[in-house]
Design a protein around this ligand. Structure first.
Ligand SMILES: [Zn+2]
Length: 118
């Protein structure tokens, strides 16, 4: 993990899925390339939507308030691009207060079932 990676106090990563571990390294490097610290602000902790992947260890939030508008957009685009090279099932969302990254395990399962039928 990059030296520029930090975890906010109180973030619970117990139960974080393997698919999300590499996300931390990838996102952290992208922040680093922008000359910014990457701070993980939520994993399995916090309050999210009722069906949120956070509760299942398939979502992470990264701080964005120390970024300029341009940096936010640039980091968002680069994150989408880099993660798409790893798997088609990662989703990146630029929220009002964070960069949310999730692995869409439901879509991933549906996809592998479709392939089995064929
Ligand atoms: Zn989130």
């Amino acid at each position: 993990m990059s030296k520029q990676f930090r975890v906010k106090y109180g973030v619970n990563q117990v139960g974080l899925q393997l698919k999300m571990r590499k996300v931390k390294a990838i996102i952290s490097n992208i922040y680093y390339d922008h000359g910014k610290y990457c701070i993980l602000t939520s994993a399995l902790d916090g309050i999210h939507g009722i069906d949120s992947y956070h509760y299942h260890g398939y979502a992470l939030d990264f701080r964005t308030y120390h970024l300029t508008g341009k940096q936010k957009i640039s980091i968002y685009k680069k994150s989408k691009y880099e993660l798409s090279k790893v798997s088609a099932f990662y989703d990146v969302v630029l929220c009002r207060n964070c960069l949310h990254v999730e692995f869409d395990i439901d879509r991933s399962k549906k996809f592998s079932q479709l392939n089995k039928v064929r």
